[in-house]
Ligand binder design. Structure first.
Ligand code: DC
Length: 224
């Protein structure tokens, strides 16, 4: 029996990745957090092509995309992101990466570079992929599409707690400002902007916890 292809898009810190991970386990699907790929490219740019004001030199990055090898390796039931053989799963969550990732993700060359990795995974079916343009651009023919949103305050609180859990020091205002800036850049960019696909189901989980959001999504998947 063919397994479904599911696209989960939406704003930062609506729980897309952690929710997708649980649903993947429940239904025996492969989960791909596509934001991690954009973060991996940004980490590479920050490390190698940072200019004097701390921003990545996008021209240099684009010229050198061929030097980047990103892969997810399965470790203890989790997919861990490796960049050129180095585990970067924690390094990609820092504020430095969060601050620059939307600029990097707005480059068409970067998006084209990551497209192949994303589509090749979905070709086999049985996948749940989360990001910003999965239902609109990467997998327009997905069997199910969801678009997640929540209030800014709730999202800032969630991201702050997530970073704290990772041992990353920050404050709630920095986190909130970063979310708002990223939302703006992600939604207004020319290439593959963050936007709900016409046929996506909208879920506002401001007042829903992680399990309630999962139950709601799974209730739509029952008929597959
Ligand atoms: O999901 P996240 O917050 O880790 O994503 C980080 C950034 O990557 C996000 O601000 C925009 C970009 N991104 C994107 O442009 N397209 C995707 N499919 C996934 C993420």
């Amino acid at each position: 029996m063919r397994k479904p292809v599911i696209a989960i898009d939406g704003y930062s810190s609506t729980g897309k990745s952690s929710i997708s991970k649980v649903i993947a386990k429940k239904l025996g699907l492969v989960h791909m957090d596509t934001g991690a790929l954009y973060r991996g490219v940004t980490y590479f740019a920050n490390t190698h092509y940072s200019n004097h004001n701390g921003e990545p030199d996008l021209e240099q990055l684009v010229k050198n995309l061929g030097k980047i090898k990103l892969e997810f390796r399965k470790e203890h039931d989790d997919l861990v992101l490796y960049l050129n053989g180095e585990d970067v799963s924690k390094a990609i969550r820092t504020n430095e990466v969060s601050q620059n990732v939307s600029l990097v993700a707005a480059k068409k060359e970067v998006r084209d570079f990551l497209m192949e990795t994303q589509r090749s995974i979905a070709d086999k079916g049985g996948v749940i992929m989360d990001g910003r343009d999965i239902g609109t651009v990467v997998l327009p023919h997905a069997d199910f599409k969801f678009f997640l949103t929540a209030s800014t305050d709730e999202r800032a609180k969630r991201r702050f707690l997530e970073l704290k859990g990772l041992g990353i020091e920050t404050d709630i205002d920095t986190v909130r400002n970063n979310l708002l800036t990223r939302d703006k850049i992600d939604s207004e960019r020319d290439v593959a902007p963050l936007k709900k696909a016409d046929d996506a189901i909208l879920i506002d989980n401001t007042t829903l916890d992680k399990n309630q959001t999962i139950e709601l999504i799974v209730s739509y998947l029952k008929d597959f």
